[in-house]
Design a protein around this ligand. Structure first.
Ligand SMILES: [Zn+2]
Length: 336
């Protein structure tokens, strides 16, 4: 291992800027929390979604146990949905939160409360970021905000929203226009609380959204979000995104957190040096059921493709063994 010359925070910020770093950054712009980390932190789901000190303590294990360069305290996908009126089941230590209803049928049903940011589900994320910022000045602290496409799934249900994209495109454009204000307000509140970067998660995945739909509905929205957000944006979209990586490059995001359904070398070839890449390590096979050799193979592919941030491809499943996350850490520091 080379001797570190940069703090984790400097390294991650340089990586997002595609400036030279002493080594690739290590960590994930989405959650890396597994049930075994909850035991070590004495902070469990569901309380750790709802109480800032527990949320911060649990997020910190990504560094204290796994030596990641960045911390992500927003573990699930439901905080904005809660503030917009969805009924949320906050889950258990082995189950992520889920929305129990989808309150909207038309754009007129969308209610964005004027005190949206004061809703406990939004406040807890900002408070946790503030705590982490104070406690870990040398680590990169990430926030997360969902884009209007994902918020559309929450409010209308995935199926109804996707049907609307085909039957009533003008209404979809109007909905995205309205909901993007939620993304801007929540992301910028997280920057104000001390986040170094914000993950913009917007699930315009290959099997749910065609490349043309991404081009027509989302390039302008994501580009506007990049312009209006107060710091670097890391876009996260699950699944196979190869067909829209070129479009994603046109949005101006600093980095894309890519699923391993796009092989690392392919992702790099498609984006070139137009944005930084994060991810590389497969969750369902490598982290949940793989052997150490699988970890080594994934790491090698990410390093060979010059990923700026190396780590799990998406939120790590809660039942993934901590031993495998520790093996990833050990091998990463052996190999860089
Ligand atoms: Zn994902």
């Amino acid at each position: 291992m080379i001797r570190p010359q940069m703090s984790s925070r400097e390294r991650v910020l340089a990586a997002l800027d595609r400036r030279p770093t002493d080594r690739p950054a290590f960590g994930s712009p989405t959650s890396v929390i597994v049930a075994e980390l909850m035991d070590l932190a004495a902070a469990e789901f569901p309380e750790a979604h709802l109480q800032a000190p527990l949320m911060a303590r649990l997020a910190a294990t990504a560094h204290t146990e796994l030596r990641h360069d960045l911390l992500m305290p927003y573990f699930s996908v439901q905080h904005e949905a809660a503030a917009l009126g969805c009924r949320i089941d906050w889950g258990r230590r082995d189950l992520m939160p889920d929305s129990k209803d989808h309150p909207c049928q038309t754009i007129d049903d969308i209610r964005i409360p004027s005190d949206f940011l004061d809703h406990p589900a939004c406040r807890v994320v900002c408070d946790a970021i503030r705590l982490l910022r104070r406690q870990f000045p040398d680590l990169a602290i990430f926030g997360k905000a969902f884009g209007p496409w994902t918020l559309g799934y929450h409010l209308f249900s995935t199926q109804e929203f996707l049907i609307m994209t085909m039957l009533d495109p003008p209404q979809v454009v109007a909905i995205l226009d309205k909901l993007k204000e939620v993304t801007v307000a929540f992301a910028n509140a997280q920057f104000a609380a001390g986040a170094d970067a914000v993950t913009l998660a917007d699930h315009a995945t290959g099997d749910l959204c065609s490349p043309e739909a991404y081009r027509d509905f989302l390039i302008p929205v994501h580009a506007e979000l990049v312009r209006r957000l107060a710091g670097p944006v890391v876009l996260h979209i699950c699944g196979n995104t190869a067909s829209r990586l070129d479009y994603i490059c046109q949005t101006g995001v600093a980095a894309f957190h890519v699923d391993t359904k796009v092989p690392c070398a392919t992702a790099r070839k498609l984006v070139g040096d137009r944005l930084a890449l994060a991810g590389g390590i497969n969750n369902p096979q490598t982290l949940c059921f793989g052997k150490p050799d699988d970890v080594r193979r994934d790491l090698q592919a990410a390093l060979d493709a010059h990923f700026e941030i190396v780590g799990p491809e998406c939120a790590v499943p809660l039942n993934a063994p901590l031993s495998q996350l520790r093996a990833l850490t050990e091998m990463f520091f052996e190999m860089v």
